[in-house]
Write a protein of this length. Structure first.
Length: 71
């Protein structure tokens, strides 16, 4: 199985999602995330089959301040 396939089985949408997750764990702010690198990962994921919808959802999930949302 490919690395991409392993990521998908682990509920990641691709390499860009792993990068955002790692940055979130390391508490990096948006200005410390390498946006060019992230963009390259998104392009790679797209070629491998990740849809734009999946990518947008995961990007927004990590960008959204969940503390401000109340149910």
């Amino acid at each position: 199985m490919s690395e991409y396939g392993s990521l998908r089985e682990a509920n990641y949408v691709g390499f860009a999602n792993v990068y955002l997750n790692q940055c979130n764990k390391e508490s990096k702010s948006d200005d410390k995330i390498d946006k060019e690198f992230y963009n390259e990962l998104v392009e790679l994921d797209t070629r491998l089959g990740t849809t734009a919808t999946e990518q947008l959802f995961r990007c927004l999930y990590f960008a959204l301040n969940l503390d401000i949302i109340k149910v």
